[in-house]
Design a protein around this ligand. Structure first.
Ligand code: PHE
Length: 280
């Protein structure tokens, strides 16, 4: 009994001292302000890609992705650009192998043939991704940038569908008042081919610094899919028709946020990137 009493007494002292020690070590000053955790955020280009995917999903387009290392077969031949055609020079190409059969894709258009080969019409798809060009860099040229390809093939698709789709895109991105302009241009894989622009949201088309006085901002190239491109994937151009367009994604971010140097997007300067990181 004596021993038990002594043990209990001593145990209480040791346990109390131990508790004291742990409490002292764990002391929390609840008056200190909290520490804000550092959160990452998606890159402005990734955000724009997500936004474009959502806009096009509402218009009935799926989103697909394709290889950045591409064969010249898909990058050029399947797009009605044979190897001896001078139009190849338009896309300053970075080659991977010596015979020139493997390239870094110069645009997202090679996915047109890849998609149509895999599934029959109807097709409604957008393809965002990186593209590469052998290019001297300046404020509006980079050797790597992002494009979004659009492709719709079905019975009775017309130029009016293309214009309606592009106008809806411009309004979703830049406001319901926006108008688009479509002018003749040449790309071997479309006929007719056009370039398209949106009226400047800053000045309402009157002309300002952002649109360089013209009232219009160039968005990309487009047109009706060339019959040769349809035939090359086994589609019958007498049965189906389609439109395609390609737009520069960095450009869209630049137009909306007033960034004036394309090189900023890949420079990894956190001071630049953080300006786009809203709390989502
Ligand atoms: N692929 C073209 C380019 O990068 C853009 C384009 C796409 C034009 C689809 C017409 C149709 O220059």
């Amino acid at each position: 009994q004596e021993l038990t009493v002594a043990w209990d007494a001593r145990h209480a002292v040791v346990a109390a001292a131990d508790l004291e020690k742990r409490l002292a070590g764990d002391a929390v000053d609840i008056t200190l302000p909290g520490r804000r955790p550092v959160l990452g955020a998606a890159h402005p280009v990734s955000r724009m890609i997500d936004e474009l995917s959502e806009i096009f999903a509402l218009l009935g387009f799926e989103t697909a992705f394709g290889p950045e290392i591409e064969t010249s077969y898909y990058n050029f031949d399947q797009l009605n650009i044979p190897s001896d055609h001078p139009a190849r020079d338009v896309w300053d190409t970075i080659h991977i192998d010596l015979p020139g059969e493997i390239v870094l894709r110069t645009h997202t258009s090679p996915m047109q043939a890849r998609i149509m080969e895999k599934s029959g019409p109807p097709v409604r798809v957008v393809v965002p991704g990186r593209v590469y060009r052998y290019e001297a860099q300046d404020a509006s040229h980079e050797w790597m940038f992002h494009q979004l390809e659009g492709l719709a093939v079905d019975r009775n698709i017309t130029m009016a569908d293309l214009k309606g789709t592009l106008a809806e895109l411009a309004r979703q991105l830049f406001g319901s008042e926006r108008r688009i302009r479509v002018r003749c241009d040449f790309f071997p894989f479309v006929e007719p081919g056009v370039d398209f622009a949106v009226d400047c949201a800053i000045c309402g088309g009157k002309g300002c610094r952002v649109c360089k006085g013209s009232g219009w901002l160039e968005m990309g190239g487009a047109g009706m899919v060339h019959p040769n491109v349809l035939r090359a994937v086994g589609y019958d151009p007498d049965q189906v028709s389609g439109f395609a367009f390609g737009l520069g994604i960095e450009r869209l971010v630049m137009m909306r946020s007033g960034v004036d140097d394309l090189r900023a997007f890949a420079a990894n300067d956190l001071r630049f990137l953080r300006q786009f990181a809203s709390a989502v």
